[in-house]
Design a protein around this ligand. Sequence first.
Ligand code: ZN
Length: 149
Amino acid sequence: MSNATDLFLAEAEGFRTLVGFGHNGEPPYESGNCFGVYRQKDTRDDIISGAVTEYKIVNFNASNLDALLKLGLTWPIQCKLLAGRTAIIHDPRIGERWYSSRYCETCCPKNLLPITQVQRQEREVMRGDRTESDTFTTFRIPFRPPEFP
Ligand SMILES: [Zn+2]
């Protein structure tokens, strides 16, 4: 459940990953680059110091953000803090089809992933397709198909 203190307004885009994605057809797209946002300066101290904090967005891709901005979506955009510097777009102006169905597993710390994604990763480990250490994850490519694909 949303806690009002988890919500914040983002005023601009920060970093963006630069993976090449070929998109066919009209947005929304299921995959795309990740991006960060800057939290709107919302306290007097922030405004005076000019301090800005950047958050990684894990439930939205940059191609869909671009498309929505072209359609007229305006900043600030409402976000929800998950923990630390990890957040999601959480804006009631945006229809559900624009949100990613999964959190980005590269950007999102494992302890913040939805349980369905954690459980899928567990099955990949059980199949021997995924090996995890404290510092990195390796994959066997191509994945061995499950017995009942
Ligand atoms: Zn990502």
